[in-house]
Design a protein around this ligand. Structure first.
Ligand code: CP
Ligand code: NVA
Length: 331
């Protein structure tokens, strides 16, 4: 093994090597199998502690960190958007130094990506980016574990429909580059990732045989794709005013049965969740009342179809976050 993940932060997938990413994916498979067969994973015996700090809401990522930590025999402190001094009376730098004296790892969800970088820079223990405005690296491991379970390979055609310069679009592009996939961002040009990031992905792709492509043409993007992936059109932290424009831009890129009909016969549908596939949410209802649409990025039909792997993907958050923590904590 020519690498050592012990003590390493996870800020973006770009910062990890191909070998490191693959190691964590392999470890995730082992950990999932162990849990399914009821083997004890209590490696830490309550001698390690982690902090989970979420400045934005979370269902999956928070639960994944907490349950993974419990399974490993670790203690967890959850700190929400309010209730700590961080960012108001105490700088991120000071907070990082203080928390390093208590904890063995810190998960942090924030707005500006610089904030998690700052926490990572000044922390003496690993910091895991639990989502920032620009990147969502822990999600990538769950997504590719799901793909490996489905296809037993990663050199597949992967098409992301939607806001391709969001945290998910950026991260999926970088991960596809690591995994040797044929990546297609399918979106209006103004929603493609920054040129600089595209170049970085293409540099990684050169080493792995991946290809990084963008198109505004739905048929070109979806044709023979193994994976169709989408995400919310407006991300957490974006102002409400962007809904109108974003809906106009992305309604043509909604994942429908017609889109799925263009794909490979064994294709699957993926979504990091939460997803707006019906009007059974507060936001979904408001958007329905205001703009008259009863779903957004994906139809209810596709979301619930036999091709949908969204719930397996959600569960895989926990197995993969467990592997990320173990590897970076030196196990
Ligand atoms: N996919 C994801 O990160 O979900 P949460 O926002 O619920 O954590
Ligand atoms: N792009 C979404 C991802 C949620 C997991 C957001 O940031 O809200």
């Amino acid at each position: 093994m020519s690498f050592n993940l012990h003590g390493k932060n996870l800020m973006t997938i770009r910062d990890w090597t191909n070998e490191e990413v693959k190691h964590v994916l392999n470890l995730s498979k082992v950990l999932k199998e162990q849990r399914y067969t009821g083997q004890s994973q209590n490696l830490m015996n309550h001698k390690k502690n982690i902090a989970v700090i979420m400045q934005k809401d979370s269902t999956r990522t928070r639960s994944a960190f907490e349950v993974a930590a419990f399974d490993l025999g670790m203690n967890v402190t959850y700190i929400g958007g309010t209730g700590s001094q961080m960012g108001k009376k105490e700088s991120i730098e000071d907070t990082a130094k203080v928390l390093s004296g208590f904890y063995d790892g810190i998960a942090f969800r924030c707005g500006a990506h610089e904030d998690v970088e700052m926490l990572g820079k000044h922390s003496m223990v690993p910091v895991w980016n639990a989502l920032s405005d620009d990147f969502h690296p822990t999600q990538m491991f769950a997504d590719y574990l799901t793909i490996i379970e489905e296809f037993n390979r990663t050199d597949i055609k992967f098409a992301f429909f939607g806001d391709a310069r969001s945290n998910m679009g950026n991260s999926l592009m970088l991960m596809a580059a690591h995994m040797g996939a044929e990546f297609w961002g399918v979106a209006p040009k103004e929603l493609w990732p920054k040129e600089k990031l595209q170049k970085e992905a293409k540099k990684i792709a050169k080493l792995t045989g991946a290809s990084i492509n963008f198109t505004e043409n739905i048929e070109k993007g979806a044709k023979n794709a193994h994976v169709i992936y989408t995400d919310v059109w407006v991300s957490m932290g974006e102002p409400d005013e962007v809904w109108k424009e974003r809906i106009k831009q992305l309604v043509p890129y909604r994942v429908t049965k017609d889109v799925m009909d263009l794909t490979h016969s064994r294709s699957i549908f993926m979504h990091c969740l939460p997803g707006f596939h019906d009007t059974n949410t507060k936001v979904g209802k408001e958007i329905h009342e205001k703009f008259g649409i009863d779903c957004m990025e994906v139809t209810d039909e596709v979301f619930r179809s036999h091709k949908s792997r969204v719930m397996v993907e959600a569960e895989n958050r926990m197995h993969t976050i467990k592997a990320i923590m173990l590897a970076t904590m030196g196990f």
